[in-house]
Design a protein around this ligand. Structure first.
Ligand code: MD3
Ligand code: FE
Length: 203
């Protein structure tokens, strides 16, 4: 907990229960329009355990043939992503300290066995902009290291209502989700964990 990368801001319990519930309702509406899908890894086609969708002008997607990228349409429905809810734009305005609005909100859904391997977020053209992450539902064990894969990493638990802001050097830190802790939250009726990441994509 004392070796967090420079620019990493952890805001525990930032959203109260009512704000979390309101956000879940907005994400359910997003998912009704843009269903969660199973992303696959570049080249191997191996499915990720996290299901994903997006809102905003651009969305992060991955598949075997075309790999990691941002695009304006849902890979399954072909429709544009639904707009970003005003509450998320407001959060960015309050916390990001960045002149321009986020272009993408990636919605990650973790079931009881899902995890996310150690990676760097480098598909965006603008690394000056921060990434803002909101956790909802079950607690997870999150791991964050330095800008090299082999740098020492620290673990912390991210719980429902927590926000993490990745600015400065932490923007390119390696990070991942080791596991979730099923049954630790009553926010989502069918359990699981949702993580939202708001980003600038273009420079
Ligand atoms: C540290 N999501 O979507 S959120 C991702 O909980 C992603 O779903 C995780 O990693 C999740 O790419 C972690 C916290 C987070 C997000 C972006 C970061 C940490 C980060 C970017 C740079 C460094
Ligand atoms: Fe990431």
């Amino acid at each position: 907990m004392n070796d967090l990368p420079e620019g990493f801001r952890y805001l525990p319990d930032y959203l109260d229960r009512a704000a979390q519930e309101a956000l879940v309702a907005e994400i359910r509406a997003v998912v009704a329009d843009a269903p969660l899908y199973v992303p696959t890894m570049p080249r191997t086609g191996k499915p990720m355990s996290v299901r994903m969708t997006n809102c905003g002008a651009l969305g992060w997607v991955t598949d075997k043939e075309r790999g990691y990228r941002y695009q304006a349409t849902h890979p399954v429905t072909g429709r544009p992503w639904p707009p970003m809810p005003a509450s998320l734009l407001n959060l960015w305005d309050t916390l990001a300290d960045y002149e321009r609005p986020p272009e993408a909100c990636l919605v990650n859904f973790y079931d009881d066995t899902a995890k996310m391997g150690l990676h760097q977020d480098s598909d965006e053209a603008d690394f000056a902009a921060p990434v803002l992450s909101v956790s909802l539902g079950d607690t997870c064990l999150f791991r964050v290291g330095g800008t090299e894969r082999t740098d020492k990493a620290v673990s912390l638990k991210l719980k429902s209502g927590d926000i993490v802001l990745l600015a400065g050097k932490s923007r390119l830190a390696f990070h991942g989700v080791t596991r979730t802790y099923p049954g630790t939250s009553t926010l989502l009726k069918n359990g699981g964990r949702i993580n939202l990441t708001l980003r600038r994509v273009t420079a």
